[in-house]
Design a protein around this ligand. Structure first.
Ligand SMILES: C[S@@+](CC[C@H](N)C(=O)[O-])C[C@H]1O[C@@H](n2cnc3c(N)ncnc32)[C@H](O)[C@@H]1O
Length: 250
């Protein structure tokens, strides 16, 4: 495994349970927009890449024939299995594996999704091509991820790396749309939402002092250079992730 992927596995082995339990990751209105973009139907075979604890996969499985989830972190797949076990769903299958080398034949799926994962990848364009490979012609590919604006991207990445060493860079919406066009995918939908978050729930204790300093400086400047509308609420720091959804036809 590459050094970077080992960093991802270390991060999400520690964070598997807290990530799975955090309510914002199953937030109803954001999930509704995501499901609408995926447009699942009862005959569809879907793959969720970097599925984490299976929150999106289990929701998609309520509307589709079958859903597979794959993630590089075994502890995340264990969370996904536990989530599935708490439902009556019988149409899910889980794999431990790398998004860059999916263990599936060409054209295996009607829809291929990935949520909140491209900012952990060194080469999201290559990952998108791999998603395209396993999607049938005329199928749907959906990417959901935080997309800072061009003028806040650098500060946003700095903030994210302070709380998660496996963060590479979040694409801007323009960059995400560009890698779709470069992969010769036909864009069919662009949507988005703000995911409201509380800093206390999102970082290890030892990373908090540097994060608080960065957020406090940003809030005091009034310039919103991180681009997340950071603010003090009570004695905590609240902000939002600027999330985009892009769907293409393969
Ligand atoms: C922020 S979590 C998102 C989990 C899930 N997609 C969700 O939205 O709830 C990022 C996930 O990406 C996975 N991941 C990162 N790089 C990966 C790769 N190259 N292949 C497979 N999974 C990867 C991590 O293990 C982690 O579970």
């Amino acid at each position: 495994m590459s050094e970077h992927n080992q960093r991802v596995v270390d991060q999400f082995t520690r964070w598997a349970k807290p990530f799975a339990d955090l309510p914002i990751h199953a937030e109803t209105s954001a999930m509704a927009l995501t499901i609408a973009a995926c447009a699942p139907t009862p005959d569809m075979n879907i793959l969720d890449v970097a599925c984490g604890p299976g929150i999106l996969a289990c929701t998609l499985a309520q509307h589709a024939c079958h859903v597979s989830g794959i993630d590089i972190t075994p502890a995340m797949i264990a969370q996904a299995q536990a989530r599935e076990a708490a439902t009556s769903l019988k149409n899910l299958k889980w794999y431990v594996g790398d998004a860059m080398a999916l263990p599936f034949e060409d054209g295996s799926f009607d829809c291929v999704t990935t949520r909140y994962s491209f900012h952990h990848m060194r080469n999201p364009a290559a990952s998108l091509l791999e998603m395209k490979r396993v999607c049938r012609e005329g199928g749907r590919i959906v990417v959901i991820d935080a997309t800072p604006s061009p003028d806040t991207q650098s500060a946003y990445d700095e903030m994210e790396r302070l709380r998660d060493a496996s963060h590479t860079s979040a694409l801007t919406l323009e960059q995400l749309r560009r890698i779709g066009a470069d992969a010769e995918l036909r864009e069919i939908l662009v949507d988005g939402y703000r995911l409201e978050a509380c800093l206390d729930t999102l970082a290890d204790a030892e990373d908090m002092p540097a994060l608080i300093t960065m957020f406090d400086t940003d809030i005091a400047s009034g310039a919103d250079q991180i681009g997340v509308d950071a603010r003090h609420v009570g004695d905590g720091i609240h902000f939002h992730f600027p999330v985009s959804i892009v769907a293409w036809e393969s």
